[in-house]
Design a protein around this ligand. Structure first.
Ligand SMILES: C[S@@+](CC[C@H](N)C(=O)[O-])C[C@H]1O[C@@H](n2cnc3c(N)ncnc32)[C@H](O)[C@@H]1O
Length: 244
């Protein structure tokens, strides 16, 4: 199943167990708070809500949007969830001129595989921001060729908070034209085997800058690491700060 890790409740639990608060989240919080205290934040592709909840706890007015019902259900069940407005959907549902900041975190940007859907997403976010509002997102730098390390990185056994374990592995099935396809496999202690297929788009810094400019954004900065190092000298990331 495509993107099953966000759609299947058993895999959503695994996602949550393997994606705790990290320096990535600290980076996004710091960017939001450059814009001010208690601002209106859109977390697009909010998943199970880790960052949306963290921002709401800091006093921001947060809207979390995601098309994956099982991920949103996990988010809604967490402490503090009533402080966030959760919307099951995509950028198409966003109201105009309603957010001071928009975030797409944990490489949501790479889920927009085609140029047309990426351009439509950027247009939606552009109209949803107030003038001067900022879009911030992470994307893996294709020059880092991170997918070559995934099989080793993902070969692990995860302890689940509800008890039990799951053995996880990944196979990269195709790399071509900026697209990386892979299958994540899960073997639960009770013998259940599940799998999730995905294709992610790896855009270069130049491609990101060009597409953002085409959508009417001004690119303020692109960093290569969570401590705001230059591209190529950091964590294999392209951390993009752009404003409407
Ligand atoms: C890697 S997860 C990141 C979740 C969350 N941002 C985090 O930091 O943990 C990617 C998320 O993007 C969501 N997603 C996929 N396609 C999307 C779309 N067209 N619009 C918005 N979100 C989407 C998935 O459902 C999933 O929750």
């Amino acid at each position: 199943m495509r993107h099953a890790e966000f759609e299947d409740p058993r895999l959503v639990e695994v996602y949550d167990a393997t994606c705790p608060w990290s320096r990535d989240d600290d980076f996004f919080v710091s960017v939001v708070e450059e814009a001010g205290a208690e601002i209106r934040v859109l977390d697009l592709g909010c998943g199970t809500g880790r960052l949306a909840l963290g921002l709401a706890a800091r006093g921001h007015t947060v809207t979390g949007v995601d098309p994956a019902a099982a991920s949103l259900a996990a988010a809604r069940a967490k402490p503090g969830a009533d402080r966030v407005t959760w919307i099951e959907g995509t950028s198409a549902v966003l109201p105009d001129g309603s957010f001071d900041a928009a975030l797409m975190t944990s490489h949501v940007a790479q889920f927009f595989v085609g140029d047309t859907e990426w351009a439509a997403l950027l247009a939606d976010v552009h109209r949803a921001l107030v003038p001067g509002g900022r879009l911030t997102f992470d994307a893996r730098d294709p020059d880092d060729r991170g997918w070559e390390r995934w099989p080793e990185q993902w070969d692990r056994t995860v302890a689940l908070p509800g008890g039990g374990t799951v053995a996880q592995s990944v196979e990269v099935t195709r790399v071509a034209g900026g697209l990386v396809s892979h299958t994540i496999r899960y073997r639960f202690a009770d013998g259940t085997d599940l799998a999730s297929d995905a294709t992610l788009r790896f855009r270069s810094e130049a491609d990101l800058r060009r597409s953002l400019a085409d959508a009417g954004f001004t690119v303020e900065a692109v960093f290569g690491g969570w401590d705001r190092r230059p591209v190529g000298a950091g964590d294999g990331e392209l951390l993009v700060l752009a404003s409407r």
